[in-house]
Design a protein around this ligand. Sequence first.
Ligand SMILES: C[S@@+](CC[C@H](N)C(=O)[O-])C[C@H]1O[C@@H](n2cnc3c(N)ncnc32)[C@H](O)[C@@H]1O
Length: 185
Amino acid sequence: MRDLSRANGRFLATVVRYLCDAGIRQFLDIGTGLPAPDNTHEVAQRAARDAARIVYVDYDPIVLAHARALLTSGEAGATEYIDSDLRDTQTILGATAKLLDFTKPMAVTLISILHAIPDGDDPHAIVVRLLGAVPSGSYLAISHMGPSCGARSAANPNVTGHPAPEHRRPTRRGAGTGVVPRRTR
Ligand SMILES: C[S@@+](CC[C@H](N)C(=O)[O-])C[C@H]1O[C@@H](n2cnc3c(N)ncnc32)[C@H](O)[C@@H]1O
């Protein structure tokens, strides 16, 4: 589990640096998690010389209790925290519009969260709603646990506190969303 978490953290940092290099200065980070080294705003503000704006979203009261650590920023940037469920995209998008400019491209990051949304809540539709709100030129970054992420979590659905990732069936419904896959390196 610790290896998974470290690999995920490295992936997030790589993605954020890549997006800053691509000119992105606005991030909507949903499924924030507890503050850790190299949170999204720290990586982005280092890479973009402070001029990055980040909105964090999570629904966990423990994350909320630590959110102050995420609300630091250089003068040219800004960070905000929204206490909301990913499934409530209307609330998220409404609150995000107070800090991020929806006329300019942004990155939506769903790092290690979508496996917590059961098929019955239609994660595909959630992603489509988010992408429908952001302007052309925006980016979507996803990391998603799968069956190869460790026998322990497969055997024990409570290891992650969420349903086992195996509940997600492979799907190609992403086709037709306009998303163009890119490699970060
Ligand atoms: C495994 S952690 C990932 C944290 C961080 N993105 C990372 O990569 O280190 C998943 C986070 O998503 C949050 N989460 C799970 N389901 C959620 C939902 N429906 N709405 C909002 N946050 C959710 C959890 O509270 C948790 O903080």
